[in-house]
Design a protein around this ligand. Structure first.
Ligand code: HEM
Length: 309
């Protein structure tokens, strides 16, 4: 079976230079099925027609629903196995809050202006049922760096490995995926006052050339040690489509993590925030603050097509 044909296009493609992330909150807990179907139909048409204005811009719009969003909009459809409200985590002075969001849209392309136009029409399409609560414009910084100046995304799985890591391969939602979104604000001054050698220890890679530090030289608190998920010695990958956002005053990283099971990303977060057996949390968390946290289900494309017809 060709899983890729069943997925939303933006799920597997690389991050583009510009992206707009829209978080919507529903106005009510229940809606008439026809209203929801009409809105989704309109949404799909808009995404298609704006993308067509410049096909070289490679625009995709990816849509996801949180537990509350899913159960309010699709009460008669099975609840995806691992869909639940985002699990808040706290340890010492570190915190991953769980924040509102019923529908999430990732509008990505080579052009900020097209993203803006699509976002504007999408918000007005959803207006009868949902209000925007966050609209973040992300961008590619230098050679795919976060604003802490390290290259992000290098260890992402590629081609077939990517599809295997991200796409659900069992019924009832073959082709779907899970997404965790967290907005992180950088403590830039604190970060900039560290030596490059220390920063490299925190990330577990070199800064200029983005080379992985050898395992026996890596710090036990390195981000690439603490975030890596292994089961019985086998690494379980996720796909990160992170992008920088913000300006010189306030900025950071939108963490956009996809995986075929929400629990893969939840394990990563737990390992990062907790000291674990070796007594070290992920030191990257001393330099960033998580402002939001929400789990979404990314339905397969054929689910959206079926429902909007
Ligand atoms: C402010 C937030 C974050 C920043 C700035 C950040 C940055 C980075 C950087 C620079 C790398 C190394 C290059 C790469 O392989 O991509 C990396 C790797 C990674 N990050 Fe993050 N990250 C953040 C949050 C997270 C979160 C919340 C998770 C998990 C839920 C996560 C999971 C991973 C994983 C799995 C890797 C690859 C590790 C490996 O296999 O080497 N990151 N991140």
């Amino acid at each position: 079976m060709n899983l890729v044909n069943k997925t939303q296009e933006g799920l597997l493609s690389d991050p583009t230079p510009f992206v707009e992330y829209l978080t919507l909150e529903l106005k009510e807990d229940k809606y008439k099925a026809e209203t929801v179907f009409d809105i989704l139909d309109e949404f799909l048409k808009i995404s298609k027609s704006i993308g067509q204005k410049d096909t070289t811009a490679l625009m995709t719009v990816t849509i996801g629903f949180s537990f509350k969003g899913w159960t309010s909009l699709f009460p008669n459809e099975p609840i995806p196995n691992e869909l639940h409200p985002f699990i808040e985590m706290k340890y010492a002075d570190r915190h991953f809050p769980s924040t509102p969001g019923d529908i999430f849209l990732m509008v990505k392309s080579m052009r900020m202006d097209l993203n803006y136009q699509a976002s504007k029409y999408i918000l007005s399409t959803f207006k009868p049922i949902a209000n925007p609560i966050q609209d973040i414009q992300g961008y590619k910084y230098l050679d795919n760096r976060d604003l802490i100046d390290f290259v992000d995304g290098t260890e992402n799985p590629k081609s077939i490995e990517r599809a295997k890591a991200v796409i659900i391969d069992s019924e009832p939602y073959i082709g779907g995926s899970y997404l965790i979104v967290q907005q992180y604000i950088d403590k830039q001054e604190k970060w900039d006052s560290q030596t490059t050698e220390y920063q490299e220890g925190v990330i577990g890679r070199t800064k200029v050339d983005d080379i992985e530090i050898a395992d026996d030289k890596k710090m036990p608190y390195a981000h690439n040690v603490k975030s890596k998920v292994e089961i019985d010695g086998v690494e379980i990958k996720m796909l990160r489509q992170n992008r920088a956002f913000g300006n010189a005053m306030e900025h950071g990283t939108m963490f956009i993590g996809f995986a075929k099971a929400a629990s893969i990303m939840e394990t990563s977060l737990k390992q990062m925030i907790e000291p674990g057996e070796k007594g070290h949390h992920d030191k990257l968390l001393d330099f960033v603050t998580a402002k939001t946290g929400t789990l979404y289900f990314i339905p397969p494309q054929n689910f959206l097509d079926k429902i909007s017809n």
